[in-house]
Each structure stands twice: as C-alpha cells, then as structure tokens.
Ligand binder design. Structure first.
Ligand code: G6P
Length: 610
C-alpha cells in the first residue's frame, strides 16, 4: 500500500509524477503529494485523491527531478500534514515512504532528545529526521541514508533526496516493493511498473535491503545497505500502456469483469489439450512427487484470494484426495502451526506482495515445508520466494475489488487439482475427459453470463437501497457466497454476509424479513433438493430471493423473486461461472449508490503492511 514514483531526466517532472500517481492510486488514496526538486524543494500535498492534489496546485511547477506519493494511512490520520513527502527539520532532505517503521517511537524519542521537532504523526517523518541526523556526520548523503536504514526495524520502500547533493535520488527497499525504470537519459523509481511503462519497459526489481542511487545524468548503481555493489538483473517487461487503461469502460472493475472470457483462457493457455486429452501445469510438474505425496496441503492467503483457497480445498480433496487446510495468512503466521517437510504450503495472491502472506511463507520455509505460489503479478515477491509455482496470467488488475484475478486463480486451482488427480489416479478417465472439455468451453460460457448484464443491472436496481444482504451457497458454491458478499460490502458499503445455506438456520435466519435480499447460488447438481428446501425456508420468512440457477431450471425459478441463469457446468468448475453475476450485481449496485467503484473507501489493492 502507498504508491511511490520518482523521476529524474530532461523532462518537466511534474506531469510525469502526477500521471504516475494516478496509475498507482489503487495502492492507496487517502492523500497525495509531490516534491519538485529544483534549486529548492517545493512540496505540494493534499488530503484526498490525486485529483484533489491536481486541482490544489495552481502555480506553474517546473523542475526535472521530483518525487511523488499516494498514501494509505497507517500512522496518523489522512490529512495534509501527514501526507507525504516529508521534510527534515532543516528542510534540506525530502522523503516518501511505503511501509511501517516499527521502532519509530524509540527513534523519535532519541531524536527529540537531540532537539528534533516533528510536525506530523507519521513514522515516515522520523525516518527523514534520522537521515538528517546521520547526514551531519557522514561524508556523503548515500552513507547517511545507509546508516539510517541500518537502524530501522520494519518495512520500507523509500525515495529520498537532499539539496546538498542535488544530482542524486536514492531509493531503497525492505519488504515493500520498489522498481527502477531505465529510460533513455531518464530514470524512474516506483512501487510498480505502471507509472514507468509509458516511458520504458526496462526495469530492475530491487531486492530487500538494496539501494538504487540514480543521478540526473542517467547513470545508476545498485548497492546493498552494507555498501556492497550489486550487479542487477535488468528485465524487459511485456506490458503495454493499453493494458493498464480503462479503454471504453466506465470503470476498471467493469473492464476486468468483461475481460474474463480472455483471462480465463490465458490461465489455461498451453496447459490443457482436451482433444489429445492432456493437461500440464508446469510448476506442479517440477515438484509433482513432493506435492502429490504431501501429507497435507495448506493454503495461505487473504481477502478474495482466501475465498479462492477455500474452493481450492474442495477441489484438491474432492478430485485429488489430498488433505487440505485453508488458513488466513495473518492468523497462520502468528499461531505456531504444526508444519514439517512433508507439508506443502501454497500461497495464493493476486499481487504477490501481501505482507501477511509473505510472512506465512517465510514461516513455512523455516519449518522446511515446500512452498508454491499461485500469483498474478509476474516477478512479484511471492513468485520469487516460493520453491515453485504457477502464474495466473490474468494481466494487471487495477480495480481494488478483485474479479478477473479470482476466476483465474480458480482456473489454475482446477487445473492443478485435475493434474494431481490424473497423477494419482483418483478419478475415472471419463471424468477427466469431461472436466477437460468443460474447461475448454468455459470462456464461451462466461461470455453467455456476461450477455445477461442488463438483466443483472435490473435486479441491482430492485435491491440497491437495501441495508443488508445475505448470500448463501452449498458445497463448491459456499465460498462463492462469501465472495459475493465481500464484493457487495467492499464497493457498495451494504452490510452483507456469506453463509453455507444449511447453516442459515443456526443464526442468519433471524435476520430475514421482507426487506432482506438473499442471494442463493443454486447451481449445484449435488444437494439440489437441499438448496430448494433452503429457499423455501427463506420464502416462508418473506425474504427476497435472488437465485443463480442452471439454465432451464424451473423449480427454483418458481420459488424466487429474481433468477439469473448460468450455462450448465460440472460442480467443481461452477464457481468460475457462478461468481460472475455476483460481481456484476455488486458493481451495478455500487454505481447506482454513487460509490467510487474502483477506489472504495479505506481499502487498497496491495496490502504491504500487517
Ligand atoms: C486486499 C485487496 C483484495 C485482495 C487482498 C489479498 O485486501 O483489496 O482484493 O483479495 O488484499 O491480496 P492478494 O494480492 O494477496 O491477493
């Protein structure tokens, strides 16, 4: 969380930074700020989104070096003072930061004793004062930054500048990401490649405790914080600017929902051939022996990725007969789990950056468990730290509410479960062939669901003023109920809960009255009659039933107030289709309630702090 962008080159830095911040806004949007470094340091910062900063700066801002920041508040409320960049006490050093300085209180007390005065409540301001303190006794600014960072406990990605060495910008990272962009006569530092890709596709991903020292002449060096020179690997990114723009769509979320026929296809590309009857998941092949014979598979993840993991549990146990546990990364990392070398820990993460999931993997590694990453962002930390893994290939997801990344995670999990099932011989060949051809048919079936967009919009208009909603599902579709409820609450701020349909009678049924919309995912072939009974129980209490059913279903249709049909699909693959109407329902409700769909309040896409 928090986005950083910095530029040095021949161009006017201000528009480059402003545009860069807009591209990074998915990482946080509590406040934004820019410092332009000319003969002086000109700092502009404002509470709110980057657009608020843009309208606030009316004067001409020139200068070819600058740093920018968009914030997701951790220490100190979102306001103008706590916004980044932060200045040192003498006003000569300016810094932007993503992460948390855990020992900032101790450092702050020591600095106050040395006479430092602080304006903000942030941990970041402490760091810039610490660098100022070291600058007094160091021979170079680079040394001062290095010495200060050696005192820091916690996570950081920073870019810092001193007026005493005006040619230099210094970036450094630990746990939070930082990328160096190498252009022609210009250099960039940023939290990810989105602000850079318009100018260059050549990047260096810094490793932990590395510093990038870049100068206005277009030269750079990479060192570690012990001052050893590092020879970096320059990567050429396969990313275009169109991929990270909204195009004809009103919101990124809508674009990403409508991309799903393609993204699901991309997740399968080169991995299945239903005609020849083969399936191969590269990362799995590399560790097949270890994973297929695992005593236990443990999924670790957060948010929407945790819902994918829940479906992963159903898939792996049902098809491949391997015992699975699903853990929230944030719980797993602190609860002293029993783990050993026969366990396999699979991390699922869109961003590949989530701090809790990284920590869960570190714990798994320390206990000799094998690690596997199912990750969307290529080159991200989780993809680099796991023994092996599979990319989901959904392309950049910018809407904060995850949609296409989720269906791609489910696609990869289905392929993995099927691959393991084939290896272990746990399901008949005829069922393998059926699932393979159903996988192949998925993109067309997703398109069919998307064609019902107008109908789903109508249902949204009917329930948009609700204050609560309940989502129910059974079996493979219970986690889909959780995901549907999450989508609604995160973007429309309607309180929503997901429940296993049969558990409704142990509590949520008390909430049902004529004002309560109940979304029931009722596409299951198994337990069909049970879900019919659950719907009857809701209707008996006058709840408003919105059912997601398989095409041609008449029984549930008669019982429901609104019905959305999806094409026939085998139960294990059904979540990939059944979640799509729920994504659209949440989207339209949020738009009708005038919510900021792509940037819901208080949320951020990459949660790089605990
Ligand atoms: C944040 C995002 C969610 C995401 C979760 C886990 O909360 O807003 O959309 O599901 O983090 O992120 P990851 O990148 O690890 O999947």
């Amino acid at each position: 969380m928090c986005g950083i962008v910095a530029y040095t080159g021949k161009e006017n830095a201000f528009p480059i930074l402003l545009e860069g911040l807009k591209r990074l806004e998915y990482r946080g949007y509590d406040s934004a700020g820019i410092a332009i470094l000319d003969k002086d340091i000109a700092v502009h910062k404002k509470k709110g989104k980057v657009s608020a900063l843009e309208s606030y700066i009316t004067e001409e801002t020139s200068g070819t070096v600058g740093i920018g920041h968009t914030r997701w508040a951790t220490h100190g409320e979102p306001n103008d003072i706590n916004a980044h960049p932060h200045l040192s006490g003498d006003g000569k050093i300016v810094l932007v930061h993503n992460g948390i300085i855990e020992n900032y209180q101790t450092l702050k007390t020591a600095l106050i004793e040395l006479g430092h005065q602080f304006k903000s409540d942030t941990d970041t301001e402490v760091l810039v004062h610490l660098i100022e303190e070291y600058a007094k006794r160091s021979t170079s600014f680079e040394d001062a930054v290095r010495l200060a960072l050696q005192k820091v406990i916690g996570a950081y990605a920073i870019v810092v500048y001193s007026i005493d060495e005006p040619d230099l910008l210094i970036g450094a990272k630990k746990s939070s990401p930082l990328v160096v962009g190498i252009g022609d006569d210009e250099l960039f530092l940023a939290s990810d490649a989105f602000p850079i890709i318009k100018y260059t596709n050549k990047v260096i991903y810094l490793e932990d405790e590395q510093m990038a020292i870049i100068d206005a002449n277009g030269t750079y060096s990479i060192k570690d914080i012990d001052n050893n020179i590092i020879t970096p690997e320059i990567q050429e990114l396969d990313l275009t600017i169109q991929v990270i723009e909204k195009g004809e769509f009103e919101h990124f979320m809508l674009k990403e929902i409508f991309q799903q026929p393609i993204t699901v296809l991309e997740s399968m590309r080169g991995r299945i051939n239903p005609v020849e009857g083969w399936l191969k998941v590269g990362g799995l092949t590399k560790q097949m022996n270890r994973i297929s014979k695992a005593k236990r598979i443990i999924f670790v993840s957060s948010g929407t990725s945790w819902h994918a993991a829940m479906i992963g549990e159903y898939l792996f146990e049902d098809l491949a007969r391997i015992p699975v546990e699903v853990e929230y990364s944030s719980e797993f990392r602190y609860r002293n789990p029993i783990l050993g070398s026969e366990d396999v820990v699979i991390a699922i993460s869109q961003s590949g950056e989530t701090a809790d999931t990284i920590a869960a993997l570190q714990l798994a590694k320390s206990k000799q468990a094998s690690t596997y990453g199912i990750v969307n962002v290529v080159g991200s930390r989780i993809s680099r730290m796991t023994d092996t893994g599979s990319y989901t290939h959904a392309g950049p997801e910018i809407g904060v509410a995850s949609t296409k990344a989720f269906t791609s995670q489910l696609t990869v999990l289905s392929l993995m479960a099927l691959h393991l099932a084939i290896e272990k011989g746990t399901i008949p060949q005829s069922y393998v062939m059926q699932l393979l051809s159903e996988l192949e048919a998925l993109p067309d079936k997703i398109t069919k669901v998307l064609n019902d967009n107008e109908k789903i919009k109508y249902v949204a208009s009917e329930i948009k003023d609700s204050t609560n909603a309940l989502y129910l599902g059974r079996g493979y579709n219970f986690p889909v109920a959780l995901e549907g409820a999450l989508k609604l609450k995160e973007i429309s701020y309607i309180h929503a809960e997901g429940y296993p349909a049969a558990e409704m009678k142990h509590g949520p049924i008390a909430l049902i009255d004529e004002n309560m919309p109940v979304v029931v995912i009722a596409t299951n072939k198994s337990a069909y009659s049970k879900i019919v009974s659950n719907i009857q129980e809701i209707k008996a209490r006058k709840g408003i039933v919105i059912s997601i059913v398989t095409e041609g279903d008449t029984k549930i249709k008669k019982l429901s107030d609104y019905t959305i049909e999806i094409p026939y699909i085998a139960d294990p693959l059904s979540p990939i289709l059944s979640v799509i109407p729920l994504q659209l329902l949440a989207y339209h409700i949020a738009v009708m309630r005038k919510c900021n769909v792509d940037q819901p309040r208080n949320l951020a896409k990459s949660v790089t702090v605990e």
